[in-house]
Design a protein around this ligand. Structure first.
Ligand SMILES: [Zn+2]
Length: 332
């Protein structure tokens, strides 16, 4: 669990005996909500928790959880989400993933027998729903039934990025806990990089967890070389495309889109919003080139919808880089 969630954790777990029967943990993506929920579940199920309520990591229950086979826990989640672990999967697996972007009713029906059989141990049985905002309507209605009259030892723990996507009837049955972004100091301590660097990197990646993932995957070290090339005088499509293809697609598209936004922001406000560490000396833009730039920004933003399954990555990238070339010619 991440250090900036300690207070929320302590407040909840100190009331372990009167724990809310349905708890919804929500907040922005990439701040560690699932880690938080998993630690909470382990602490609730642990047979011999430590004096600060943290799970012991040694008892049978903790062992079962580490093996992901605790008999008193059932987890509903979207499986095979390859954006979570960053692993490349074979194409046929990727195609399967498209069908599982929501939690369907069959998954919720499996809860039936779990809810009616007593706990293996004296204590709670927990239903953990990792992406409560991914329940489709039938699944949400089935869940609602379960939430209405649960046996007293059952706890529901739900996690969501966007509570607007959850049925109001489910929301009203849950106690809600909002987890927040870490403050700047916590984020710097966690990332273990100098404050000025963390400052501008966070403006590119948004949250400390996303930033850490980009650093761990080796993507961040390609960002500056890529932006430098993008802004090279008379850059050629071939060299630009060759470097772009070495960058994980989601980063490449996000950086490029943010770059287009930076140019627009700079035109109107003399400030960049995202790649604040990138120097450039461009000419002031006339209306025609500004129009081209706005159009390119729009194309990049739309392309984000297709980024996880382009037919041919090279074509996808080059298609989006071509509109940049005349802008580049004009600016430099
Ligand atoms: Zn334990």
């Amino acid at each position: 669990m991440l250090p900036w969630h300690n207070n929320s954790f302590n407040q909840l777990i100190s009331k372990k005996k009167i724990f809310p029967q349905s708890l919804l943990i929500y907040g922005p993506q990439g701040i560690g909500k699932v880690d938080f929920a998993q630690t909470l579940i382990q602490a609730l199920l642990c047979a011999t928790p430590l004096s600060d309520h943290q799970p012991c990591g040694k008892c049978q229950s903790c062992y079962w959880l580490m093996q992901k086979q605790h008999p008193d826990l059932i987890t509903l989640s979207i499986e095979n989400n390859n954006t979570q672990d960053g692993e490349e999967k074979p194409l046929e697996d990727k195609n399967k993933e498209k069908k599982t972007h929501y939690i369907n009713i069959d998954a919720v029906r499996e809860l039936g027998s779990f809810l009616t059989v007593g706990a293996q141990r004296q204590g709670y049985k927990i239903v953990f729903i990792e992406q409560a905002d991914a329940l489709n309507i039938n699944a949400a209605n089935a869940l609602l039934k379960a939430l209405e009259e649960p046996p007293t030892n059952i706890l529901f723990i739900l996690v969501a990025n966007d509570i607007k996507k959850i049925l109001p009837t489910i929301l009203s049955r849950c106690q809600k806990l909002r987890l927040n972004q870490p403050n700047a100091q916590d984020a710097f301590n966690y990332l273990d990089i100098p404050q000025h660097q963390a400052d501008y990197l966070l403006s590119v990646y948004g949250t400390p967890l996303s930033l850490k993932r980009a650093i761990d995957q080796g993507a961040e070290e390609l960002r500056k070389p890529y932006l430098t090339l993008l802004n090279k005088n008379q850059v050629q499509l071939l060299e630009l495309s060759a470097l772009a293809q070495k960058i994980p697609l989601e980063y490449w598209l996000d950086w490029t889109h943010k770059w287009s936004v930076d140019l627009i922001a700079h035109h109107f406000t003399q400030q960049k919003w995202f790649h604040k560490d990138t120097e450039f000396s461009a000419k002031p833009m006339n209306d025609y080139i500004l129009f081209d730039l706005l159009h390119w920004e729009h194309q990049l933003k739309n392309a984000k919808r297709y980024q996880f399954h382009p037919l041919v990555a090279k074509l996808f990238i080059e298609d989006l880089l071509i509109p940049w070339l005349p802008i580049n010619r004009y600016l430099y």
